[in-house]
Design a protein around this ligand. Structure first.
Ligand code: ZN
Ligand code: ZN
Length: 101
């Protein structure tokens, strides 16, 4: 069975799952884990989302996978990652997010 990342839509064959952290669940409404819907993401997408948006922004404006996929702030990342097979990336937490922590 293969896994598809809900954000970048890359498909990962079973072998990749030997790295148990390579595929992760994202709570679309962070800090509401009990009730939040979840999506399955590859690790780079998950890292990138949390480096790009604060939890408040995710809850307010980006609590669906469609909103995330259309987000201007992710478009450069998405076109890049779709051309790679990477499962590990270096993310630079934006100043904007870092300032809110
Ligand atoms: Zn992905
Ligand atoms: Zn998450």
């Amino acid at each position: 069975m293969s896994v598809t990342c809900a954000l970048c839509r890359r498909v990962f064959p079973n072998a990749v799952r030997r790295d148990s952290q390579a595929i992760q669940e994202h709570h679309l409404r962070p800090e509401e884990r009990e009730t939040s819907p979840t999506v399955t993401l590859c690790r780079p997408c998950h890292d990138q989302i949390h480096a790009t948006f604060t939890n408040e922004e995710l809850r307010a404006d980006f609590d669906t996978i469609d909103a995330l996929r259309d987000a201007d702030r992710l478009s450069g990342y998405l076109s890049w990652i779709r051309g790679t097979e990477k499962l590990d990336i270096e993310v630079d937490t934006s100043d904007h997010v870092r300032g809110r922590r």
